[in-house]
Design a protein around this ligand. Structure first.
Ligand code: GUN
Length: 281
């Protein structure tokens, strides 16, 4: 059996067309959804990410501002910028690209963002809202994974979902979203003694560790849905995920490729959150 591929580019295109339409409707009412992206320093990967985020906004008719600050920017100065953006009516979403330089306390910076503009969903108010099922912004990567499951009409009720990884950005919010849809959820991490024993029981596996070939075909139940959040490079420098794609695709029922899977969905959900931040006004 060969798995069905869940195409993140195709799904993104569909969702981004919807964002564009809703943004046009808002603009007719005099509101242009606006995103501020703050980059501190010159991390090359971060530079690519923020450029892609700003371009995606532009493509969907959203207003975006990219603020590039030098590595030497003080924490106080960054907090001041966020305070100003919190009050700026043309800005509905604020994103501070991570990682930040060592001398800046990232958590303190995230907590300075007004929860109503926290389109990354990293503020503790957003995390608390997700945990309690209250309205709030969901972190974009796990939110994108949920949209991928929705796109194949997958009903999580009564299913066993295994999440590999427990980061605040992906693993933990992913588990809460799956739980909210009535899955039975197991979170595995670096101290889990027998990963294979867990993944073999899974109807859905989300791999979000950042380790190439972490999930191999012998660890997957036939027909399972496999979502690959990993972003790694192989020996030739080619982008690859956490899943041994070629072999797992022979066993799984559905699988997301890397690239072209979860990656594009992350930016798409940022656009959705920014649009919704403007719609909520
Ligand atoms: N760095 C890597 N991924 C992300 C993300 O989703 N949001 C932000 N703000 N920084 C990141």
């Amino acid at each position: 059996m060969t798995a069905h591929i869940i195409d993140g580019n195709a799904l993104s295109q569909k969702l981004r067309a919807d964002v564009t339409g809703r943004a046009t409707a808002l603009k007719a009412k005099g509101i242009t959804p606006g995103l501020a992206v703050l980059l501190v320093g010159d991390n090359p990967a971060s530079q690519v990410y923020v450029r892609n985020k700003v371009k995606a906004c532009h493509d969907c008719g959203l207003h975006s501002v990219l603020e590039k600050h030098p590595e030497s920017l003080s924490e106080a100065a960054l907090l001041e910028r966020i305070a100003a953006l919190n009050l700026d009516p043309s800005i509905h979403g604020i994103l501070v690209q991570l990682p930040l330089p060592q001398h800046i306390d990232a958590q303190k910076v995230i907590e300075a963002i007004a929860p109503a503009k926290d389109v990354d969903g990293f503020h503790i108010a957003s995390a608390g809202a997700l945990m309690t099922g209250m309205p709030g912004f969901w972190p974009c990567t796990p939110y994108g994974c949920m949209k991928m499951l929705e796109s194949i009409g997958y009903d999580l009720k009564g299913k066993h979902a295994v999440v590999l990884g427990r980061s605040n950005i992906v693993g933990k919010p992913m588990a809460l979203m799956l739980l909210q849809k009535n899955a039975t959820v197991t979170i595995c991490h670096s101290a889990t003694p027998d990963l294979k024993a867990m993944t073999l029981q899974a109807d859905v596996i989300v791999a979000a560790v950042g380790k190439r070939n972490l999930l191999t075909a012998d660890m997957v139940k036939p027909g399972a849905v496999v979502l690959d959040v990993g972003m790694n490079r192989n020996e030739e420098g080619k982008l690859c995920g956490d899943v041994d794609y070629a072999d797992v695709a022979q066993i799984a029922g559905y699988i997301t490729p890397v690239p072209g899977g979860v990656g594009p969905m992350t930016i798409t959900m940022l656009l959705v959150n920014t649009l919704e931040a403007a719609e909520r006004l």
